[in-house]
Design a protein around this ligand. Sequence first.
Ligand code: ADP
Ligand code: DP6
Ligand code: CO
Length: 338
Amino acid sequence: IQQKFVHQVIGHSATNNRLASKNKIGSGSAPVNIALSKYWGKRDATLNLPTNGSLSISLPGLGTKTQIERLESQNQQTDLVSLNGQRLDQDNAFAKRVSQFLNYFRETPQTFFKVDTENSVPTAAGLASSASGYAALVLALNDLFAWNLDNKSLSLLARLGSGSASRSLFNGFALWHQGQQADGLDSYAEAIDTTWPEFCVGLLEIDVKQKPVSSTQGMQNTVETCALYQAWPQQANQDMQTILQAIKDHDFATLGKTAEHNALTMHATMIATWPPIVYWQPESVEAMHKIWRLREQGVAVYFTMDAGPNLKLLFLETEKPAILQAFKQIKILEPFKS
Ligand code: ADP
Ligand code: DP6
Ligand code: CO
């Protein structure tokens, strides 16, 4: 099924270029992205099709760089995957997921690849490494095979690796369409054509260790066991539309409050899952209270959180001094200023 999907996406470019592909090394890089209206749950796990649309902002300067080449030796019967300069064992879960994805792109069953990837964010810690990781890998494959795919096709392929990766082909805001079709060809992300120079994202790192439950596993458990989940798809799609309009209007208060409410609703479904998924740590909750106190004092700051303990603060440039004063360790990113 995935093979058919890939064939439909790369279509001619693949067959035409496969033999002629001359690039010895393919490389690609992509930013991480933080969803303001979240993806949590698949309607089809095989093709990575979501139960709802989602909307994100990419973070400049944070993400993944990946290189890929074919291994020519007949003696080499596996892929070789390195992360941050360290060769991974073949049975390592990270390497296995990469190899499984590469299965869709082998010219023959005997084609193996060497993949070297570097994350500038902690891996599997709720800072969207799967998003930048699979977007960068697809860009590297596009380069290696000289496919020359457009953004829509790249987004479709990245989605197959990790849903959130569909949004990491773009800078700024991006919207991933839920799609309706069973073939998955209408579920891809597009850039939202706006700039908002004052828009800031603050990264508040609470813990960067690997999370106990991956996003893939966590959302599957939620869909299967959480009774509250039935309310999620509709709210998520509504939040996405509200945020899209707020972006167009540069209405920061509406964007902030909708994004924060959306994140907390997602976490409510996680907590109501069995076994429970609680990504928060005490310091995460402490930071939430601090943000709510700041808001009471008139500082327009909101937060969002993904599948991990870290917070992402949303605010405009005017609030930067107040934020820096309240959170000494915060990393501030300005998505439209780099
Ligand atoms: P995160 O919050 O970091 O996205 P996930 O649980 O969604 O956490 O995904 C983490 C997984 O994404 C890793 O275990 C690995 O399988 C994959 N991943 C992360 N970085 C890369 C990369 N650079 N290249 C390929 N796959 C990656
Ligand atoms: C909470 O895209 O990492 O960050 O498709 O299974 O790889 P897979 O999951 P992933 O899930 C991201 C979940 C989230 C919300 C979001 O980014 O929209
Ligand atoms: Co992820």
